[in-house]
Structure formats: C-alpha cells, structure tokens
Design a protein around this ligand. Structure first.
Ligand code: HEM
Length: 146
C-alpha cells in the first residue's frame, strides 16, 4: 500500500508518454493486487489466531462478556475497520483502479479517465489512513486498554 502511494503513483504521475505511464500503472497495480490480497488473507488469519491467543482460546471469542469488555470493544472496532478496508480495497483494486488505467491507457486526457483516476486516488488514500487506524487499534489490544 505504502509502495503504491509513496513510489509507484508519484513516479508514474510524472512519467511521459502518459499512455505508457498508464500501462505501467495498470501492470504494477495488478502485480501489487495479487501480493496485497495474499498479504491481507494472511493478516486476517494471523489476526484471528492472535485474538484467540490473547482472549485465552478461540472459544473465548464467542463469549458475550468478552465483547462487552473495553478490550472487546476495541477488537470489535478493529474488525469493523478491517471489513470496511476490505470493501474499499476490493472496489479500488477490482473496479475503479483497473477502469481508470484501462480508460487512461486509451485516452489519458479524457475527462472520464481523469475522474476515475481521482476516485482511485481517494479510495487508495482513505484506505491507507484506515489501515494506520487498524495498526493503532492493534497496538491498543496488545498494550492493554484503559
Ligand atoms: C494491493 C493493491 C493496491 C494498492 C495497495 C493500491 C494503493 C493505492 C494508493 C494508496 C493510491 C493513492 C496514491 C495517491 O493518490 O497518492 C492508489 C492510486 C491509484 N491506484 Fe491503486 N492500489 C492497488 C491496486 C491497484 C490496481 C490493481 C490498479 C489498476 C489496475 C490501481 C490503480 C490506481 C490508480 C489509477 C490510482 C490513481 C493514480 C493517480 O492519481 O494518478 N491500483 N492506489
């Protein structure tokens, strides 16, 4: 995510010719997409194991008292954030992003292409911010709430 925001997109924004830049953005986006979703899957899996470990067993995650505790509230907030991130990432990586690069590859100056690029950019940035939020909540869970 950071690689895309800090390296790929800024470099390709300055790259000429624009059609070639859009082809490169398309190809690197698709490559990152496979790696990114693999990493997301792994994070979800390790997250469940970690939560079970900290709660005192996976079965403890089904107890109402756990979810009523401050720790449970933070965990619930983190889960909601993760679901939102997965939704936004899916929309960015499989819909807006590819549409933007495909259209921009045909005609980089087309208003529709520019609009889609702006949308893709916002989805990417918002998701980056939300991901930092997840890291913060993870730290809270590990270091103790309250
Ligand atoms: C793991 C996969 C991906 C991640 C983490 C990611 C992340 C990001 C981020 C953070 C931005 C915002 C950068 C900025 O505006 O400063 C962005 C923008 C963008 N992304 Fe992605 N992206 C991914 C996959 C893709 C794919 C598959 C495509 C298209 C095939 C794509 C196309 C775009 C486009 C067109 C922009 C806007 C570029 C611009 O503003 O000129 N991305 N992405």
């Amino acid at each position: 995510m950071i690689a895309m925001a800090a390296v790929v997109v800024p470099v390709l924004r300055r790259h000429e010719p624009r059609r070639e830049a859009m082809q490169l953005l398309h190809d690197s986006g698709l490559r990152l997409r496979s790696l990114g979703w693999g990493a997301l899957g792994l994070l979800v899996l390790t997250g469940v194991v970690q939560a079970g470990y900290r709660a005192g067993g996976l079965a403890a995650l089904t107890r109402v008292e756990l979810w009523a505790s401050p720790w449970g509230h933070v965990l619930a907030a983190k889960l909601v954030l993760v679901v939102v991130i997965l939704g936004l990432a899916g929309f960015h990586d499989f819909r807006v992003g590819p549409r933007a690069t495909l259209l921009s590859r045909e005609d980089p100056e087309a208003p529709a292409a520019a609009r889609l690029r702006r949308q893709a950019s916002w989805f990417g940035r918002v998701n980056l911010l939300l991901s930092l939020g997840v890291v913060g909540l993870g730290l809270l869970l590990v270091r103790g709430v309250g």
